[in-house]
Design a protein around this ligand. Structure first.
Ligand code: NAG
Ligand code: NAG
Ligand code: NAG
Ligand code: NAG
Ligand code: NAG
Ligand code: NAG
Length: 617
């Protein structure tokens, strides 16, 4: 039985916050400096369902520019830079108050990966050194009491530069990483489940240069995975471990994956329309070795677009307004793609990029070839290696990071370590479009929906009149963003229509996605888009029934930590960590526990359970 997805919408009555205008308003995008110093460099970012963004870099940069709270220090004999460190390497950015709160990561998160699970918990994997086998979770909270937690080791292989994707069954697949030609799942199906070989990662590995790290992975609507590395891709049946389709090499043959970092997105998904992937930029063959020798070669100026569900797939090439390596590609609520950040010369890697590309570009996938790209207003801040960008609920794009150096270096270098946060506001937020901007009344925040459900959305166009033939509803999965790739990023255009007037506004019917292949259970941002202008957002939540149906409550691994009354378990049935409250304090690892399973705050089941594995103190 296919699990129902229950979508819960929360309508946040959040208006654009006052920020400093750095550049004057223009029809083609506006930049605002949100923060001159958030304390860490935004190497990895994830938007959570609390409207907060978790940001982190690495523990072995040495001291960051923000202290851990309450005089805490991290003592880690294995840390490569500082064994006693009283600074934070992660922060939580609260969009509404535009403030940051320091968080404490326990081991090295450098060049790691992650994705948000169906319950809204960020599950983040790997890193470097003592963190390369770690699984960390961050469960969102609104009371500032949540922090990173860690299961270490939690992975069977070291995962450094790997890519994660949420599966329709709710688990995550973690693919590749440096010198890892394999993948694994989390949670595991059995305690004994190991990793599985993926020969494609051997085949796409350029000796000593790689060019296949942080592969671009997308869940196709047939349930298979599109995996792109270097200059080509496969369609992979991860259930049977077989390659279903080999896609051709991108014309020209130049690499697009780390360190020749281009970027990629799954273009907006619509019912009964082809599924397409767009790969943009990168660096030509040989560029990495050249950059190491101080010869910074021009980045690629092409995008390659392909229908991944076509039995005879072909890449179609397009030329960008300028060359770009280390760009980020962000799906905007109206289905356009923002290409932002990066450099015109060199590659990813320490000190290997030059000529920052300050102007983002918008790509309109539905326009005719030749009229798809539109150059936007530039920022004044270079965003080179280790920079990031992600969509916020109000339609702005949060931009941060850039540190091409092994340490934090603010002086004596060409591109100083950057600790700022900026927002890029696409032109749809400009005041001259305010009369078109919808505002959603219902469903309200945290309402829940299943798959294939008819849903009525009520909204108003407070300042103007509606063009009823130009309304659509989109859903965006908030991605985990690092190293020019946004893992788990997908946008669905919901089918439906028939806009009708109601008392104080309008309503539109839509049908929620068909299955977890289209939209794995989880939180989504939902927008009503009117004449290309998106509303503020609502958010969707997975259903409780989903777990009740499937969960047999058999624990496959248990890691007990001495943190209040909360414990992490991973379940055979569930897709993520659940919160467990223990009724009896155990005396040793072999004793039985009575536990209650809470899902989204509701007691689901209690049981006696024997821990199978236990970090005893
Ligand atoms: C952050 O940087 C400022 C300016 O360089 C410095 O005065 C301050 O001490 C730093 N704070 C921490 C916690 O490193
Ligand atoms: C995987 O293998 C099973 C058993 O051989 C088969 O029934 C199923 O169709 C396969 N899945 C795909 C996607 O080919
Ligand atoms: C720089 O690198 C490019 C490509 O790798 C190469 O074609 C060119 O000859 C190099 N230039 C120098 C001065 O080495
Ligand atoms: C960068 O920072 C490190 C650590 O503080 C320092 O040792 C190094 O000299 C700095 N590099 C430059 C070019 O200033
Ligand atoms: C209404 O939207 C349609 C479709 O986008 C467009 O062709 C038409 O020009 C719009 N009408 C007005 C009055 O803006
Ligand atoms: C559109 O909605 C109205 C009011 O709900 C309904 O009467 C009408 O049948 C609908 N039309 C279509 C084509 O669904």
């Amino acid at each position: 039985m296919s699990p129902p997805l229950i979508l819960s919408v929360f309508l946040l009555l959040l208006l654009l916050l006052p920020h400093r205008n750095i550049l004057s308003l223009a029809a083609d995008g506006k930049w605002d400096l949100l923060h001159s110093n958030i304390g860490v460099s935004a190497m990895h970012m994830q938007l959570l369902n609390t409207d907060r963004v978790v940001i982190f870099d690495r523990t072995d940069f040495g001291r960051s520019n923000i202290s851990l709270p309450d005089g805490k220090c991290r003592s880690d004999p294995n840390d490569a830079a500082l064994t006693e460190d009283c600074t934070a390497h992660s922060v939580e950015y609260d969009v509404a108050s535009n403030s940051v709160r320091p968080l404490m990561v326990l081991t090295d998160t450098w060049c790691s990966s992650g994705a948000v699970m169906a319950d809204g918990t960020l599950l983040q994997t790997g890193g470097y050194n003592d963190g390369d086998h770690a699984i960390r979770t961050f469960t969102p909270c609104s009371d500032n009491n949540c922090d990173w937690r860690e299961i270490n080791p939690g992975l069977t292989q070291r995962r450094w530069y790997a890519t994660n994707q949420i599966m329709p069954d709710g688990r995550q697949i973690i693919i590749g990483g440096r010198r890892q030609f394999n993948y694994e799942f989390y949670p595991k199906k059995t305690m004994a489940e190991k990793s599985y070989n993926l020969p494609f990662l051997v085949q796409t590995n350029d000796p000593r240069i790689e060019n296949n790290l942080y592969p671009f992975v997308f869940l196709n609507v047939d349930g298979n995975l599109f995996i792109f590395a270097n200059n080509r891709a496969i369609l992979f049946d991860y259930v049977n471990g077989t390659v279903v389709r080999n896609y051709p090499i991108i014309p020209g043959g130049d690499p697009r994956s780390y360190p020749s970092s281009g970027s990629a997105v799954l273009l907006p998904l619509k019912n009964n329309v082809g599924v397409e992937v767009l790969v943009c930029g990168g660096a030509p063959k040989g560029a990495y070795a050249s950059a190491i020798n101080g010869n910074f070669t021009a980045a690629l100026d092409t995008c390659a677009r392909i229908r991944i569900d076509d039995p005879n797939p072909q890449w179609v090439m397009e030329t960008m307004p300028s060359a770009r390596v280390m760009g980020d590609m962000v799906l905007l609520p109206n289905g356009n793609v923002l290409i932002i950040n990066g450099a015109g010369l060199g590659t990813a890697g320490w000190e290997s990029g030059r000529d920052p590309v300050l102007s983002p570009v918008i790509y309109r996938p539905d326009n005719l070839v030749g009229s798809r790209f539109e150059v936007q207003n530039p920022s004044s801040i270079p965003r080179l290696y280790h920079s990031t960008a992600l969509l916020l609920r109000d339609g702005r794009v949060l931009v941060g990071g850039s540190n091409p150096h092994v340490y934090y270096n603010f002086t004596g270098v060409q591109y100083p370590t950057d600790l700022t946060l900026e927002a890029f506001s696409p032109s749809y937020l400009a005041s001259n479009f305010a009369n078109l901007r919808p505002r959603i009344f219902s469903p309200v925040s945290h309402s829940r929906f299943g798959y294939k459900q008819q849903l009525t959305i009520r909204f108003a166009i407070p300042l103007g009149t509606i063009n009823a033939t130009s309304v659509m509803v989109t859903m965006v999965a908030p991605p985990f963003t690092t190293h020019s790739f946004s893992m788990n990023q997908r946008l669905l255009v919901l089918s439906g229509g028939n806009v009708t007037a109601i008392g104080n506004g309008y309503q539109i019917w839509v049908v929620t996605p068909d299955s977890g292949n289209f939209a794995p259970a989880g939180y989504y941002l939902m927008f009503v888009v009117h004449q290309d202008i998106p509303s503020e957002v609502t958010t969707l939540l997975p259903t409780l029934e989903e777990y009740a149906e499937i969960c047999d409550f058999s624990v496959i691994s248990l890691n007990v930590y001495y943190w209040v009354e909360e414990y992490f378990l991973s379940f055979l049935c569930t897709r993520f960590f659940v919160r467990i409250v223990m009724h009896e304090i155990y005396t040793n690892c072999a004793s039985k526990l009575q536990m209650s399973l809470f899902l989204m705050g509701t007691r689901y089941k209690s049981t006696n359970q024997e821990p199978l594995q236990c970090d005893d103190a």
